[in-house]
Design a protein around this ligand. Structure first.
Ligand code: ZN
Length: 301
């Protein structure tokens, strides 16, 4: 997988440090990882016609320096983009996925096919491309049943003839998959929450559904203004709205009879999270103290 080059050698075109891989959770690289790395080098050479110039082990990760050929096809600019223009890097990304991750986890994938999915949780998060559920929780295929939409909103229960994709996924997770946990995960710098405040561009007819959808953030917007005042620092207002919105969406979630029934009986637990893009930290909402607390404090107990 080409990455932003950290090293370009003068007089040598298209020479890149293209790959680095973190080993297992901070452990120094072991025999398994070394074998994996050598296998990866071999496969990468086959796939992309690269000349391996060298590699080095650095603590818990390794770097591979390669020359990618043919030079006319993999320009400096193209490699900086991390892909070729044609496929946005997704086609080559999938090839690499199949050859590396999928191959290494083939048994788990087959098991998920044979025995079906039994996800630990229903995760309701934002569509924002910077917030990846499996990445921020370091979870694997089969672990999370995921709903992502603009703003990680949950519309209140309304059984009618309309098409409700979020509601359908909630029903499936709760009534069929019988998840025991539901996570509503907001995040910092959420564009949806910012738009709830600014309402910029929402009168554009092309955003007709977005305008309506964002009304699901109206209550937390008003609560945040009430708490901090209309002249509050804009960023502080947005951060608070992001947190309050998660609580509002949980309240909306509880309007679903199937959810409410299971929460009351203790079959399902609901968790409110806010992920901070800058630090990677997740705060969770503690209903007893009515405050957000770092998720890491739970694991330390
Ligand atoms: Zn967002």
């Amino acid at each position: 997988m080409p990455r932003i080059p950290r090293m370009v050698i003068d007089d040598e075109t298209t020479v890149y440090h293209v790959m680095s891989r973190t080993a297992l959770d901070g452990f120094v690289i072991g025999d398994i990882e070394k074998d994996f790395m050598l296998d990866l080098i071999r496969r990468y050479s086959t796939l992309y016609f690269v000349e391996i110039l060298g590699f080095c082990l650095m603590g818990n990760h390794f770097h591979i320096l390669v020359k990618t050929l043919p030079e006319y096809k993999f320009t400096d600019e193209g490699m900086k983009m991390g892909n070729t223009k044609k496929d946005c890097g997704l086609i080559s990304g999938n090839t690499l996925f199949q050859e590396s991750y999928h191959k290494a986890h083939e048994k788990e994938f087959l098991d998920l096919v044979e025995n079906g999915q039994h996800p630990k949780a229903l995760y309701i998060g934002c569509s924002d491309s910077r917030v990846l559920p499996n990445l921020i929780t370091k979870s694997d295929p089969g672990d999370l049943f995921v709903i992502r939409n603009v703003g990680n909103f949950v519309a209140p229960y309304r059984p009618d003839e309309d098409f409700h994709s979020t509601a359908s996924a909630i029903e499936y997770a709760v009534s069929v998959l019988k998840v025991e946990n539901i996570i509503v995960c907001g995040h910092t710098h959420c564009g949806a929450i910012a738009s709830v405040h600014s309402k910029a561009g929402l009168d554009d007819p092309e955003l007709i559904h977005t305008k309506q959808w964002l009304t699901l953030g109206e209550a937390p917007r008003q609560q945040a203004i009430l708490a901090l005042g209309a002249n509050a620092d804009k960023q502080a207002l947005l951060r608070l709205t992001e947190k309050l919105s998660v609580i509002t969406q949980i309240e909306n979630l509880l309007t679903y009879p199937s959810v409410k029934k299971r929460v009351d009986s203790g079959e399902v637990n609901i968790h409110g999270w806010v992920y901070d893009i800058e630090s990677g930290n997740i705060d969770y909402y503690d209903p007893e103290s009515s405050q957000y607390v770092p998720l890491s404090t739970l694991t330390e107990k």
